[in-house]
Design a binder for this molecule. Structure first.
Ligand SMILES: Cc1cc2nc3c(=O)[nH]c(=O)nc-3n(C[C@H](O)[C@H](O)[C@H](O)COP(=O)(O)OP(=O)(O)OC[C@H]3O[C@@H](n4cnc5c(N)ncnc54)[C@H](O)[C@@H]3O)c2cc1C
Length: 439
């Protein structure tokens, strides 16, 4: 059987790595850009290792990547972000983020009674009996919860940080999604980790696995432009060839799937997924020639909804000797009602707020900049997991294809959704064609 996978990001590489283990399956992984990894692409500049998307893993011990580590024999090191150095800034006050019981006791975010209330919420989440799962959204739950304003603000802020979204969007996250996500995260012994050496450590191993199997080829800089059905096969067209396949996996953002299938007989099946909104952020990465200050590993500005991670405080392999890598991320609203001019002004304001956050906590950073990358429209997740949006299923009834990526149904958010849906797409295909699946 011959399989095509369209897209060489985390999802496509995961699906290909699993499928490549099976002797009855051969295939081609098509990637339109010059490199693999997609939004998890890693690159080197002036001795710094930069990721297009960050590589924090939330809840590593309960994460799909740990399952893949066992099943695919991946090897990687990881390091927990120092929880004592994760801070929130509210007004002009700095206080520990209530990530565990020690920090919860120390934090000024909540008063004494509110701390008791929040501990109750965490306990209910861990025991999987939290009422939020019965509410349509976080906002609906908070409105009826009777919790104090600070507890409500903390919930919103936690969801902003983990889902990379604004408070308005946080209130629209379904209660069931919050319940499952925080059940896993609060139970985790390893809540926030970095993969040492960045995403490339994972993507390189997935690529090696695919190559070593000997039955797959990876077609770089070969975007798929069209697909049609002929005599029981799916014909994929690129600039270089047209080739027939038995099965096709779409491993790309949902918006790009919709575009690729426009004008084909399959277009109507995608109508429910056409108007999804993506999660977009502003990224402000700076590589500094020297460590200008190391007050924390992570500082989250609650006033302006943005954060800076001192990535090199956790993973020093990413910087040249004595250097420092700081990553700023600002959550963005997708309100474009005011037109392009207003959007531009909004993004400029976000940039100023971010630079002010750097100025407050990393004085001297401007003079030490060796590498800088600012993106005002970085797609963190292809489908924002909020009410009104609809994640793409890995299989759609009456449609012959498989879908995976961070806009698809799967476990977790962000990269975990890409890994888990990629793994699931491979598993489903193997089951459907009757190949024995490793447990
Ligand atoms: C700034 C930022 C910070 C992030 N931080 C984190 C984090 O800390 N933790 C975390 O877990 N996740 C994080 N993420 C999210 C994570 O990077 C993504 O969820 C993940 O990389 C998505 O992988 P994917 O395979 O679903 O999609 P993609 O990476 O978009 O891969 C799709 C691939 O398909 C290719 N393609 C598209 N169309 C075609 C075509 N027609 N033919 C051939 N190829 C095609 C593209 O070139 C691309 O390589 C972050 C993302 C960003 C942008």
């Amino acid at each position: 059987m011959k399989v095509a996978i369209i897209g060489g990001g985390l999802a496509g590489l995961t699906a290909a790595a699993y499928l490549s283990e099976h002797p009855d399956i051969e295939g081609v992984l098509f990637e339109r850009s010059p490199q693999l990894g997609g939004r998890a692409f890693t690159y080197e500049k002036a001795g710094f290792t930069l990721n297009y998307g960050a590589h924090a893993i939330y809840g590593l011990d309960r994460h799909t990547l740990s399952v893949m580590e066992r099943e695919l024999y991946l090897r990687f090191g990881s390091k927990q972000v120092d929880k004592r150095k994760v801070m929130y800034e509210k007004g002009r006050q700095l206080t520990p983020a209530p990530l565990d019981f020690v920090n919860l006791v120390k934090t000024d975010i909540l008063s004494g009674m509110q701390k008791v209330r929040f501990v109750g919420e965490i306990t209910a989440m861990i025991a999987n009996i939290h009422q939020i799962k019965h509410y349509a959204t976080l906002g609906d739950y908070l409105a009826e919860s009777g919790a104090g304003e600070d507890v409500k603000e903390l919930w919103e802020h936690l969801v902003c940080s983990n889902f990379f979204i604004t408070p308005e969007d946080a209130r629209r996250v379904p209660g069931s999604v919050i319940s499952e996500y925080y059940h896993n995260l609060f139970l985790s012994q390893r809540p926030v980790n970095y993969v040492l050496g960045s995403w490339a450590v994972i993507t390189d191993q997935l690529r090696d696995k695919i190559d070593l199997a000997g039955r797959w080829s990876v077609a770089m800089q070969e975007g798929v432009d069209g697909i049609r059905y002929e005599l029981g096969k799916y014909m994929l067209k690129t600039k270089a060839r047209e080739e027939a396949f038995d099965r096709v996996v779409f491993a790309m953002p949902v918006q790009q799937v919709v575009k690729l299938l426009r004008g084909t007989p399959w277009e109507p099946f995608l109508a429910p997924y056409e108007h999804n909104t993506a999660t977009e952020v502003m990224v402000y990465d700076v590589g500094l020639s020297t460590v200008v200050a190391r007050p924390f590993s992570y500082i989250s500005d609650m006033n302006h909804k943005m954060f800076i991670s001192d990535v090199s405080a956790t993973d020093h392999t990413l910087v040249p000797d004595g250097g420092q890598l700081l990553q700023g991320i600002a959550y963005l609203s997708d309100d474009t009602a005011g037109g392009e001019g207003d959007r531009k002004a909004y993004l400029e304001e976000r940039t100023r707020q971010m630079e002010a956050l750097f100025d407050r906590h990393y004085p001297g950073w401007r003079e030490a900049v060796a590498v800088k990358r600012v993106s005002k429209k970085a797609m963190v997740q292809s489908v924002k997991n909020v009410a009104g949006n609809k994640l793409l299923p890995v299989r759609i009834e009456n449609m012959p294809f498989y879908f995976c990526g961070d806009g698809c149904e799967g476990k977790g958010e962000l990269a975990e959704r890409a890994f888990s849906s990629g793994r699931y797409a491979a598993e489903l295909m193997l089951k459907e064609v009757g190949v024995h699946v490793k447990q």
